[in-house]
Design a binder for this molecule. Structure first.
Ligand code: C2O
Ligand code: CU
Length: 581
């Protein structure tokens, strides 16, 4: 195993990813940021320099389980304090590694800090990659992810090990949606009374490139330039006859997407770092926080180019489709295909989306046996609510807020006064009579920063139950992401989860493991995981505004097994006391 060492500088720059100029958060000048490439078992070190001048930052390594390094998860309020701009501290860690028999790597940390005269603070993330596959990274502070702070992590198998499929070339792209309003304006709107919703994204980006129509009325002169090379479409060049592994990640702020390459089928082979039983699709539905690998063979008429299209689904919307060019070498890469881009599935075709969710099963040779029973069942009812006139999202009528002292520090150091101690309910009072198809008769909820404490090494079932929003006949799609774990997806269903009947239909034979999963409108999704990773882990809707409005929960397990915390994660709230002046 090797050490992969990255030095990143995060800052704001003016960019025009969809031809419209706005402030974008870049890493070393780029958005999407640099791809982390590693091999299973490698150690990744990222030195992060916050040059945002007036803003904190934190970066989460999405899909990396952080076994033995929960403090490197990068989740502000959960695993660390935010990284401050303009700090003059530099933190360094010395890390020794001990392998146990299960080849799980435990880190013991000794650390020292020293004064260094920097303009920005340096923060060092260090963690071990456990699984080969496709992962992501992104900001986990405020709403910075949608300002452009994201990228991909590609983890190869150890040398000599083979995948259960073959291809000639390996490529990665990230799909995203893009707003012209700043994250501040959006966040202020979400917290205002009356509520101000930002509306549909202005464009969809494919690998950081999109195209906004610069002749849209109301665009101030000088802000939009259709000939800016920064917004020329992304080009995916292929050699006729070759097969490509395309790793696709979605980090949309809001949109559920359909991804399609005109005239080409895709064979889905990987989901969130796990091999799937291959299945063929014409379009791939992908939700924020998910990754897939698909195989595409360049087997169509090579004398022309083809369209690559992303389309926003699940909400009625006005966002134009995202376009990229699937270029057959040696045609000119920017030559427009001679056809009209495919129009994609209807936005409200729920059935097609549910069917694709159901098609994702574990590859038969890579089944991680799922425990046949569970020790605890937590039913999380997802609702939209009002608290003192603000619009919020709640889980079992609790709208989640982050504490000022990171849970990891509070729990490890017994600062239990820093968050509400009464845990949220495992099932909401009156669940049996709750009508998920109607607006709730009482839409009030409470907000809280309490968390679920899980008994170490127990098996936990989570049922995500969707419901109607504050508007009649409306239920949204929510992609839920769990930190620190992969879970088995044991079932999806329509309507309301039946506690005695539905578990009998769980797939306990070959369920896929994932870290992000959708709960479809008016439906439920059932997950199972083993609480075997000491730490404190966020579980939340990956729609950025939904998490901001309270759509999340936090789990603690095995806190007593967490090694000494590095002081670099401390310094805010009550964790100040651990940082020596
Ligand atoms: Cu990719 Cu907590 O998120
Ligand atoms: Cu959501």
């Amino acid at each position: 195993a090797r050490i992969r060492h990255y030095r990143w500088e995060v800052k704001y720059e003016f960019k025009s990813p969809d031809c419209y100029r706005k402030l974008v958060i870049t890493i070393n000048g780029r958005s999407p940021g640099p791809t982390i490439r590693a091999q299973q078992g490698d150690t990744v070190i990222v030195d992060l320099k916050n040059s945002l001048l007036t803003e904190n930052v934190a970066i989460h390594w999405h899909g990396i389980r952080q076994i033995g390094s929960p403090w490197a998860d990068g989740t502000e309020g959960v695993s660390q304090c935010p990284i401050l701009p303009g700090d003059t501290f530099r933190y360094m860690f010395v890390v020794d590694r001990v392998k146990n028999t299960k080849s799980v790597i435990l880190l013991t940390t000794s650390l020292f800090s020293e004064f260094v005269d920097f303009y920005a603070s340096m923060f060092l993330f260090e963690f071990v990659i456990i699984n080969a596959g496709t992962y992501l990274y992104h900001a986990h502070y405020g709403m910075q992810r949608e300002a452009g702070l994201y990228g991909s992590i590609r983890v190869a198998l150890p040398t000599g090990e083979a995948e259960p499929f073959s291809y000639d070339y390996d490529r990665s792209i990230i799909l995203n949606d893009w707003y012209h309003k700043s994250t501040y304006e959006q966040a202020a709107g979400l917290s205002s009374i009356p509520f101000v919703w930002v509306g549909d994204p202005q464009s969809l980006l494919i690998q950081g490139r999109g195209r906004f129509n610069c002749s849209t009325p109301g665009i101030a002169t000088g802000f939009c330039n259709a000939t800016n090379p920064e917004c020329s479409p992304y080009v995916f060049t292929v050699v006729p006859g070759k097969t490509y592994r395309l790793r696709i990640g979605s980090l949309t702020a809001l949109a559920a997407l359909s991804f399609e390459i005109e005239g080409h089928n895709m064979t889905v082979v990987e989901a969130d770092g796990h091999y799937v039983e291959p299945f063929v699709v014409n379009n791939l539905f992908i939700y924020s926080g998910e990754t897939y690998s698909v195989l595409i063979t360049a087997n169509q008429d090579p004398s022309r180019n083809y369209w690559t299209v992303t389309k926003m689904v699940s909400r009625n919307n006005t966002t134009p489709n995202g376009l990229a060019i699937f270029n057959y070498y040696p045609n000119h890469p920017t030559k427009s295909p001679p056809t009209v881009p495919p129009s994609g599935p209807f936005w409200n075709d729920i059935e097609a989306r549910v069917n694709q969710s159901l098609a994702i099963k574990s590859h038969p040779n890579y089944i991680h046996p799922v425990p046949q029973t569970s020790d605890r069942v937590i039913i999380l009812l997802n609702t939209q609510n009002r608290i003192n006139g603000s619009v919020k999202w709640s889980i079992n009528n609790v709208s989640f807020t982050l504490p000022h002292t990171p849970y990891l520090v509070s729990l490890k150091e017994n600062l239990l006064h820093t968050f509400e101690q009464a845990p949220p309910p495992d099932v909401i009072n009156g669940y049996d009579n709750y009508d998920i198809n109607a607006v709730a008769p009482n839409v009030n909820a409470t907000s809280s920063n309490s968390l679920y404490r899980l008994k170490f090494n127990t098996t936990v079932d989570i049922i995500l139950q969707n419901a109607n929003t504050l508007n009649v006949n409306n239920s949204e799609t929510h992609p839920w992401h769990l930190h620190g774990h992969d879970f088995w997806v044991v079932g999806y269903g329509r309507g309301k989860f039946n506690v005695s009947e539905d578990p009998k239909r769980y797939n306990l034979v070959n369920p896929i493991m994932k870290n992000t999963v959708p709960v479809h409108p008016y439906g439920w999704t059932a997950l199972r995981f083993i609480a075997d990773n000491p730490g404190v882990w966020a579980f939340h809707c990956h729609i950025e505004s939904h998490f901001f409005m309270g759509m999340g929960a936090v789990f603690e397990e095995g806190i007593d097994k967490v090694a000494n915390l590095p002081s670099s994660i401390m310094g805010c709230g009550d964790s100040k006391r651990f940082v020596k002046p």
